[in-house]
Write a protein that binds this ligand. Structure first.
Ligand SMILES: Nc1ncnc2c1ncn2[C@@H]1O[C@H](COP(=O)(O)OP(=O)(O)O)[C@@H](O)[C@H]1O
Ligand SMILES: [Mg+2]
Length: 368
């Protein structure tokens, strides 16, 4: 039998670990299994240190990419074991890599990866480097998930917004009139500022269930100041990363408000994430009826409560309500992009990324 399975590997800006899924796309999209491998602290720190300029970056990048790919290979092995799928049944792995620079204005983006090694370790064809082809055509190279969101969640009953709350938050606007183009963009920070502030003040990697944020109060003046950042006003297409939304960004804003206690800052950052998602949605698609959330932000009840309050009367639910586990959506998108590559179909949406046209995204590293 002809192989039909595609594997997607996604490790995002949160630097938490890698999500892996096995999918088929014909006759319809189906996820056959999921696994997650967390990065250990040493790998996370090595990756983190490459997010900004530093000594001997080229050599460190080469070494860390090898380490990273060993974790990817472990995720693939684990996934195959769990799902009882043989490597021979897998057409290809679509692997995003780990973004260490995203500079659309300068025309480049860098995802740390070693797809040749991944092909060698798994014995499966690997498709990698999805973003640069879109950028070469003048696009932002991001977000790339909207095309998949449209394929999976597009519908004719209601105007929907799919929100992926990873490190950065991106939205996909799906009009019920499916003849209209799908729009989407990075609307701002997702969890990244929450994680950074938590790490600096509480020593934990993230604020589990928003417990710490819950102890604070929203500071309206600080929120207004956060919201005045020009990124939020800038028209789409736009994409962002930790080059922009980072500790310096928070500190710059806090300069004027040195007396606000850290828990209140955390609570205000949660509100900022929710507010920018809802504002960006209603500006781009005023008659949105339903928000569906995926990515790790869905597990933060404080954030979800803020989203519900601000989005009302529209509903806010997890993509689980649509039958898709919220932690699998992004990895599924990269399996889908591999499927598009193999079938010589475009993976980008020019209306989203501003590329000159549809392009086949990715490059193939054959297993043999
Ligand atoms: N139980 C939880 N409570 C609060 N936040 C959570 C929880 N689980 C995950 N998160 C958040 O989700 C992030 C990971 O989300 P993810 O979608 O994997 O992002 P990325 O795509 O950037 O890797 C974590 O860093 C954390 O901020
Ligand atoms: Mg992640």
């Amino acid at each position: 039998m002809r192989p039909t399975v595609y594997i997607g590997l996604m490790s995002g800006t949160s630097l938490d670990g890698v999500d892996a899924v096995a999918c088929t796309f014909e006759p319809q999209t189906q996820c056959l299994g999921h696994t997650y491998v967390a990065f250990d602290d040493a790998l996370r720190q090595s990756l983190q240190s490459l997010l900004t300029a530093g000594f001997d970056e080229i050599e460190r990048s080469g070494r860390v990419a090898i380490e990273l790919v060993h974790v990817y290979a472990r995720a693939v092995a684990d996934l195959l074991k769990k799902t009882q799928i043989s490597a021979n049944d897998v057409v290809a792995i679509g692997v995003h890599g780990q973004t260490i620079r995203h500079c659309p204005n300068d025309g480049f983006t860098v995802q740390l990866n070693n797809p040749a090694l991944l092909a060698e370790l798994t014995g499966i064809d690997v498709i990698a480097d999805f973003r640069s082809r879109d950028m070469a055509a003048g696009g932002e190279g991001a977000p790339l998930v909207p095309a998949f969101h449209a394929a999976l969640f597009g519908n004719e009953t209601e105007n929907r917004t799919i929100v992926n709350i990873g490190g950065i938050a991106n939205i996909t606007l799906l009009p019920s009139d499916t003849s209209k183009p799908t729009l989407g963009f990075d609307c701002g920070p997702g969890n990244t500022l929450l994680d950074i502030w938590m790490q600096a003040h509480q020593g934990a990697r993230f604020d589990e269930n928003g417990a710490w944020a819950q102890t604070g109060s929203i500071n309206d003046a600080l929120l207004t100041s956060f919201l005045s950042d020009e990124y939020f006003e800038r028209p789409a297409p736009k994409s962002s990363g930790r080059e922009y939304f980072n500790m310096d960004w928070i500190r710059c804003e806090l300069f004027t408000y040195p007396k606000i206690n850290p828990a209140d800052v955390q609570r205000t950052l949660v509100r900022l994430t929710a507010q920018t998602i809802v504002d960006a949605t209603y500006k781009a698609q005023p008659d949105t009826r339903a928000f569906f959330i995926c990515g790790g932000g869905v597990f933060n009840p404080v954030l979800m409560a803020d989203l519900r309050e601000l989005a009302a009367p529209a509903t806010v639910e997890s993509t689980a309500q649509l039958g898709v586990d919220p932690m699998q959506v992004e990895a599924m998108a990269f399996a889908w992009l591999a499927y598009r590559f193999v079938n010589k179909k475009a993976g980008n949406l020019p209306a989203v990324t501003n590329a000159k046209g549809p392009r086949i995204l990715g490059a193939l590293y054959p297993a043999y």
